[in-house]
Design a binder for this molecule. Sequence first.
Ligand code: AMP
Length: 399
Amino acid sequence: MSKFSDYNFANQKALIRVDFNVPLDKQTFAIGDDNRMKATLPTIQKILHDGGSVVLMSHLGRPKDGPEERYSLKHLVNHLSELLGGITVKFANDCIGAAAYKLSASLQPGEVLLLENLRFYKEEEKGDEIFAKKLSELGDVWVNDAFGTAHRAHASTAVIAKFFPPEKRFFGYVMEGEVTAAEQVLHKAEKPFVAIIGGAKVSDKILIIENLLERATDIIIGGGMAYTFFKAQGGAIGKSLCEDDRLEIAKDLLQKAALKGVSIHLPSDSIIADNFSADANTSTAPSNNIPEGWMGLDIAENAVEQFTNVIKQSKTILWNGPMGVFEMEKFQTGTKAIATAVAEATQAGAFSLVGGGDSVAAVNQFGFANKVSYVSTGGGAMLEYFEGKVLPGIAAVKE
Ligand code: AMP
């Protein structure tokens, strides 16, 4: 049981920071993908079921200078009402101010109020204290359920916490799920623990790899970033993606891993192409001996076998970043094969977390989302968590 599920919200007005940053059609304002809204329904329903009332606050898009019709949360009211089984959702067309307070004050148990976009005020992203205090007056307790913004110290995601005593600050179910999964991997991992790191750039993943060197037993490096490591070791990589200004760091990471006894696995062979395009000519080559004019765009058969063997022996798996250019059919075999291996290891009892960016898109696209233990919804937030950073939105609830 958790603090949130243990608490009885009867007669409490819960101010919930949700992530309703959903895509809206530019002309009709129809909602393109409502997964973020659906994700937070259990949190809302628990409070209503207890006999509490709910005030929802969120950002939507990137308004530049005050209110903009296309970023108004009013476009979500009807759909939210439907998702909540037809109950009326009230709307305050300003997130602070007299009208919002009046609506909040008159809320009865079982009722829901949605506030207008927080980012219509510059103060939100600035983490302004006075603004945060004004928001805090709209509820008796504060629930943070917006993992996607947990890495930001904004007024509603972190600064607001100081206006509620610790016993009146909660993680909602979305936050709880994300934090529990991340902590399982970073702090309670059963060994062997493999981290699979892919994607385009080494520079984006250095901090993650450094943090994982303290925790993992194995690190698999795939995707475009692998070629910087091959070049750093004197390999020929043709015109594969390479960050020449990161060669020293790549060498350094390999040395640190050796010192710490962490096995680094680089793909022994690659699917190579004569062009970065969906209809390029393709072949296979050792990843450290790619002919001039060719580039590695996916891991090849031997690498798949090499990586699969490591994954299958692991009890904890963290996956961030695709193994190749999975957006093009010719170069998605490696990523699919790794998804299959992760699914099979999960089936056999391993804990697997897929998080942060394109590997999430890949498992969704290939239909593997239900076959891994947890798929994180928070791209940037999960990446910073993996880097070992303290996320303000999490610290604010815990402190
Ligand atoms: P990231 O956002 O860092 O996870 O990177 C994801 C991107 O890396 C995807 O768009 C992939 O197409 C790209 N990518 C993966 N492997 C390669 C590769 N071998 N060469 C170039 N781009 C790649």
